[in-house]
Design a protein. Sequence first.
Length: 142
Amino acid sequence: MGIVAIGVPDLVVRVVLPDLLPAGARGALQGFVTLGAALIVWGLASPSELARLLGTAPFRFPGRISFSLYLVHMPILLGSLHVAPGTPHRALLIAVPVVFVVAWLFTLFVEEPSARLARAAGRRASEQVQALHQASAGVQDK
């Protein structure tokens, strides 16, 4: 149902009522996208075969690299248009595999090491604050 709800705005705008729908009503149709996304999340939050399937490694991998995908996809897509000008389908054939490889490398060598460094710095700062707090409490007790 969630996937159907997500498709409602495009179905109505492009197929059912392309010329009869007032411009203001198109924005209201976007509520179906939100409803559809909520239904999908709700459906996957409970144990099901689909939730189990989406929890397998092939589906977790894009989730692991998703932030890196977000960061690198646009420069690569735009660059591919310069490599294959006038042929957007060829540009996509070039860009999609490159985007995934670059995002994976970016995840391995930039994102995950940065996250580890941030966690280590946070732990160290927390330890120092705790030590200062204990030292301060010891001074006040005297």
